[in-house]
Design a protein around this ligand. Structure first.
Ligand SMILES: [Zn+2]
Length: 411
């Protein structure tokens, strides 16, 4: 094979192979390339200015995509330019995206592999260290992110994720329309969300935010009211139902301790059943629950209350929604279900944000799905001390839908 055939197969626009070396023993191929005759314009990698003269030249060695079983290394002649703005700088070469010893398309292959496999698996596949794979993946995602068009944020979601003992809580801001996380902030204070509004949006963009789907968490709502004047706050259905689940769990536990002997055996181990919606249970599981209900009226009442609360969000008119909530609360009378009374109190205190759903029907469940995706990323890879990397990863996941988990809540 001649060098110009090597040039064709290599397919680096503007570059030609002028020397090659094949080592059958180590299954490696080395190709020396330099600019083609007509490709003489040099671009400063600092500022993009064009030059026709080089300051000096050098060789760089990068790993490229394999040729069959042969691991391929390209040795490329690169120039430095003497730029009035940046000083002596290396020229910009499309196939050399960074200082790391890999070609752009090699990095792209690694980044793509990282979308559907763990870092460890990709590292094994390409014969790289896990830390190298992570660094390549990060650059791959940064390049992708840099070329993206950003839609204005109209409906936002705010949630928190517990990151474990060291990092504690992370605030996650997301775009409800694209289903994509936009920003991570340390902690879950008012200042945390303030920082998002201050650093990520300008005054016009803040004014355009029309709705926010949040938990009943005062620091967040305080921040939103202060920064986004036109933003309507809507309490997330899933978060409210989580509170209902907590209430039913409290009732179950109280009954477990209140009643002795035989009753204990019946209530015990039914936690999951009680947290699952009736429609998601099979015949056998329903029977089990019915048995429990026959013996304990209070647990049954609690379960029915939780089940019926969800109907609240089927209403489209404020008046109807409010009437339904009132009748739901009226059912609590004489029941002595303290956890549910507490929940009712909470709902009344947050009435505006519940009724707001009739004015703006945000997509519930998006926040939960994003949350689920982030948690699955965390479980899968350990290298997320870098929050920026995790954010890019979650964004890419949302956009490519490679692993978009529809988070099935036990609500
Ligand atoms: Zn320059």
């Amino acid at each position: 094979m001649r060098d110009n055939e090597f040039t064709k197969i290599l397919g680096w626009p503007g570059y030609r192979v002028y020397r090659h070396e094949i080592n059958e023993g180590t299954k490696s191929l080395r190709l020396w390339v330099r600019r083609k005759q007509g490709n003489r314009k040099l671009i400063c990698s600092g500022c993009g200015r064009r030059f026709s003269d080089a300051h000096d030249s050098n060789e760089r060695e990068v790993r490229d995509l394999p040729w069959g079983e042969y691991r391929t290394t390209v040795i490329i002649e690169v120039y430095r330019v003497c730029c009035p703005e940046c000083g002596v700088r290396i020229e910009k070469v499309p196939q050399l995206p960074s200082k790391a010893p890999f070609s752009k398309r090699f990095e792209e292959a690694v980044g793509l592999a990282c979308e559907s496999a763990s870092v460890r698996q990709v590292a094994r596949q390409f014969g790289l260290a896990a830390s190298t794979v992570r660094a390549i993946d990060l650059r791959y995602l940064e390049r992708w992110s840099a070329t993206r068009r950003r839609d204005p944020l109209l409906e936002m979601g705010v949630d928190e994720i517990y990151f474990g003992k060291q990092m504690k809580f992370i605030t996650v801001v997301s775009d409800l329309e694209t289903g994509e996380p936009l920003w991570f902030g340390q902690d879950r204070k008012q200042e945390t969300l303030d920082e998002f509004f201050r650093t990520q949006l300008n005054a016009t963009q803040r004014k355009r935010v029309a709705a926010a789907c949040v938990d009943m968490w005062r620091p967040f709502t305080n921040s939103i009211t202060q920064w986004a004047r036109n933003c309507r706050i809507i309490y997330d259905k899933f978060h409210i139902l989580q509170h209902a689940n907590k209430a039913i769990d409290e009732v179950r536990r109280a009954e477990f301790f209140r009643k002795g002997g035989r009753m204990r055996g019946v209530v015990k181990g039914k936690r999951w059943l009680l947290l699952t919606r009736w429609m998601n249970l099979d015949q056998h599981k329903r029977q089990q629950l019915n048995q429990l209900f026959a013996l304990n009226r209070r647990v049954m009442k609690a379960y029915l209350l939780k089940e019926s609360l969800e109907r609240l969000w089927t209403y489209r008119y404020e008046g109807a929604m409010l009437r339904y909530l009132q009748s739901w609360i009226a059912q609590l009378r004489w029941q002595r279900l303290a956890p549910f009374q507490k929940l009712a109190q909470m709902l009344v205190e947050h009435l505006d944000g519940i009724l707001n759903y009739c004015r703006t029907q945000v997509r519930f469940g998006v926040v939960e799905a994003i949350n689920g995706n982030i948690k699955s990323l965390l479980r899968r890879g350990r290298g997320y001390k870098n929050l920026a990397y995790l954010l890019l990863k979650a964004q890419r996941m949302a956009v490519t839908k490679t692993e978009f988990i529809v988070f099935k809540k036990a609500a």
